[in-house]
Ligand binder design. Structure first.
Ligand SMILES: [Zn+2]
Ligand SMILES: [Zn+2]
Length: 385
């Protein structure tokens, strides 16, 4: 039955927006799962294997995929829907069925979607849900567990998703016999044509519920907000998104749940800045420390470490602490920490302090200020002094 044909994206368990790489991965996984060698004599597995291959054949072909996105199965399968719409036999002259789909699409404003509409009883994947989490710089660097709030659709806990109050029955809709669709005959420029539309007796569900569940008003599903704990991996950066498989809306008719996507916001740190997996910070020292050398304390993500500044350190000098950066996301190893030296020139000096500096200055010469000397020489040359 063509109506029961499953959505190709659903068959491979991927999103409509899936890229080529992820599509290939999903295909390999699914093909492996149902491979006949692993299930000898299992007709169900063989069917699934065929389904997976067919889905991949279409979705991996740019042109076929575009056609499928627009027209559903009817756009890619020459046999599909041929018996359904009825009366197509007379149009043999059009050749390729796909072109015919385009023609009908343009005449009826995309109404040629009868084949795409699924049976209301077919399994469908739930939609993805989204949430966000705020974490500190250190939590991002080291990983953490956080509780997030997620608003999503789940099967109603009171009726178990049936939509029917306890003790009452769910009947198959007598108008559409459970298909959720009714056929109507339309006059078209090509003669009479049968089209499908949603059954108004059951609103397309294919079921009639005598006594609807109160909690979900007979829908069988409820939108609610739940809290769940998520593991934030070490190395995550601001703006990245974590995907929790199956954490989204519940699937319909036994279909798989959607995924939960959590956007991560990382708060800035008062001392550290992050670039990739490296950590940067600036440390101000006195000009005496810079001139004489000193042992300074450097903050790192793992605590304080001592570092020796050598004699004659210049402003802007940078040093690296290997492996003191951030844990690489999903890999072993860490980035590095870079420390930039800021030399602070003292201000608000007292009279005696100033005097000492003047004395010091008279005691220095060009030998102590090589950079300055070199610069003055260049200036001299430039002006031919
Ligand atoms: Zn319910
Ligand atoms: Zn109906």
């Amino acid at each position: 039955m063509p109506e029961n044909k499953r959505d190709y994206y659903e068959v491979l368990g991927v999103d409509k927006s899936v890229n080529d790489d992820d599509l290939k991965k999903a295909y390999r996984k699914a093909a492996k799962k149902y491979h006949p060698d692993l299930h000898p004599g299992d007709a169900e597995a063989e069917k699934s294997f065929k389904e997976v291959n067919e889905a991949y054949e279409v979705l991996s072909d740019k042109e076929k995929r575009a056609r499928y996105d627009q027209f559903g199965h009817a756009g890619v399968d020459p046999n599909f829907g041929a018996g359904q719409g009825g009366g197509f036999g007379g149009f043999g002259g059009f050749g390729d069925f796909g072109d015919l789909g385009d023609i009908f699409g343009s005449i009826f404003g995309g109404g040629f979607s009868g084949g795409r509409r699924q049976s209301p009883n077919a399994p469908r994947r739930g939609n993805d849900a989204s949430s966000a989490v705020n974490i500190s710089f250190e939590e991002a660097a080291k990983g953490c567990k956080k509780t997030v709030k997620v608003t999503k659709i789940d099967n109603c806990p009171d009726c178990g998703g049936s939509g029917s109050a306890a003790g009452s029955n769910v009947k198959t809709c007598p108008v559409c016999h459970g298909s959720g669709q009714v056929s109507t005959v339309q006059r078209t420029p090509f003669g009479q044509m049968q089209t499908q539309s949603v059954c108004h007796n059951c609103n397309g569900s294919g079921k009639i519920i005598d006594n609807p569940c109160r909690k979900c008003a007979g829908k069988g599903r409820i939108r609610h907000t739940v809290e769940r704990e998520v593991e934030i991996p070490a190395g995550i950066d601001d703006g990245q998104v974590i995907s929790v498989r199956g954490g989204g809306d519940a699937g319909v008719n036994g279909g798989p749940s959607g995924d939960l996507r959590i956007s991560v916001n990382v708060r800035p740190h008062p001392i550290f800045e992050r670039v990739g997996y490296d950590v940067f910070c600036e440390i101000p020292i006195t000009f005496t420390q810079a001139a004489l050398g000193a042992e300074i304390v450097v903050p790192t993500l793992e605590g304080k470490v001592k570092f020796t500044i050598h004699e004659g350190t210049q402003p802007g000098d940078e040093f690296k602490l290997r492996g003191k950066g951030i844990q690489r996301l999903n890999y072993s190893g860490k980035g590095d920490q870079y420390v930039k030296i800021i030399v602070e020139v003292p201000k608000d000096l007292s009279k005696s302090q100033k005097e000492k500096l003047r004395d010091f200055d008279t005691a220095t010469d060009d030998k102590n200020y090589k950079k300055r000397k070199g610069f003055l020489d260049k200036v001299k040359d430039f002006f031919n002094d």
